[in-house]
Write a protein that binds this ligand. Structure first.
Ligand code: ASP
Length: 335
């Protein structure tokens, strides 16, 4: 038996809640209208940031633009077809790893000893699951091994010999270390050796994406710095430095002086400014790249949970591209 007082309380609760529920419904309608206008998928890619001379020979410039265009098309097709952001970023980065123009996979720079050591990472913004590999010598597509670390191992970061052993277990494609040799990178090593310094050769690759299911993912791959020594690792495989994705904020991939990106935990910092600081992705990326890093340190690409795209760099140029379901499709090198 319901007591009159309880009944009165229930009645006044209903009276109070009705307008609240109605308002919530209207808000829902407005929300879904907004999200209908927002891009259903979005993609950004980079092929490295640095001192890219504006007088780059036309033929070379066209080669870069052509490769970036193809990479963007590959990612676009995955996302447009309803594929996952994780598949899109892996596929784009694999393509760029195969292109000797870029400092990842086939075009990886040389270490001081005249060999190649490759690093990569991938991260799923849905559950923060991630995989990193570093110091690889024989893995043709480091980004794919990074994904296998994420999906087939209980760990998130494998390096050197252990990572190679894991590659054997996973049966990924292998090559001899000198397969990564290219005359252009060899020349860069000779110059760096002459100047006795590590050299930042600007062509690390990365991709970030939002898929039609609302999930974000990021992937980055690199040969590191020319003339690097002592097992040097950069920011690329360090989650939160060169690579980060979180469905609550954004997917981000950096390129530049890895040591600076690690010190400033660049990609996580941008994500945190969005999550806790209330900044937009663009504002957060601008803040970190232009106010925390020094001019010339590098840049970052990001895709926000709303499909917004940020391409920010403090170097002379950044090989980059952006596409979304709203019809945007562009590749650029300088401003
Ligand atoms: N960030 C990379 C590294 O320091 C280099 C690059 O972006 O080109 O290993």
């Amino acid at each position: 038996m319901i007591q009159p007082m309880t009944r009165n309380l229930a009645l006044s609760l209903i009276v109070f809640l009705l307008p609240v529920l109605a308002a919530a419904q209207t808000a829902d309608v407005i929300l879904s209208r907004d999200s209908a206008a927002a891009p259903k998928w979005a993609l950004a890619i980079h092929g490295g940031a640095g001192t890219i001379p504006k007088n780059l020979p036309e033929e070379q410039k066209q080669q870069y633009l052509k490769s970036l265009t193809r990479a963007l098309e590959i990612g676009r097709d995955v996302l447009k077809g309803g594929g996952t952001s994780l598949d899109a970023v892996e596929k784009v980065v694999r393509f760029l790893e195969d292109d000797p123009l870029f400092n990842a996979g086939k075009g990886a720079v040389y270490t001081h000893e005249g060999t190649h050591e490759l690093d990569a990472a991938i991260m799923d913004g849905r559950d923060l699951s991630c995989g990193s590999v570093a110091g690889l010598k024989t893995v043709k597509h480091p980004v794919t091994l990074a994904r296998l670390v994420k999906e087939k191992s209980p760990h998130v970061f494998l390096v050197g010999e252990g990572a190679e052993a894991f590659a054997t277990q996973m049966k990924v494609e292998r090559v001899k270390n000198d397969w990564f040799d290219t005359p252009f990178r060899y020349q860069q090593l000779q110059e760096a050796l002459k100047e006795e310094r590590e050299k930042k050769d600007k062509d690390t690759v990365g991709a970030v994406a939002l898929d039609t299911h609302g999930n974000l993912a990021a992937a980055t791959s690199t040969g590191g710095l020319t003339n690097k020594r002592f097992g040097r690792l950069g920011d690329v495989p360090v989650i939160g430095a060169g690579t980060y994705a979180n469905n609550r904020t954004a997917a981000l991939s950096g390129t530049g002086i890895g040591e600076e990106f690690i010190k400033h935990t660049v990609t996580h910092d941008i994500s945190a400014l969005v999550e806790y600081g209330g900044l937009t992705l663009q504002q957060a990326a601008d803040r970190v790249i232009h106010q925390k890093l020094k001019p010339g340190d590098g840049g970052v690409i990001g895709v926000g949970r709303d499909g917004s795209i940020a391409l920010v760099f403090n170097s002379e140029g950044m090989y980059r591209g952006a596409a979304d379901s709203g019809g945007r499709f562009e590749v650029k090198i300088w401003e």
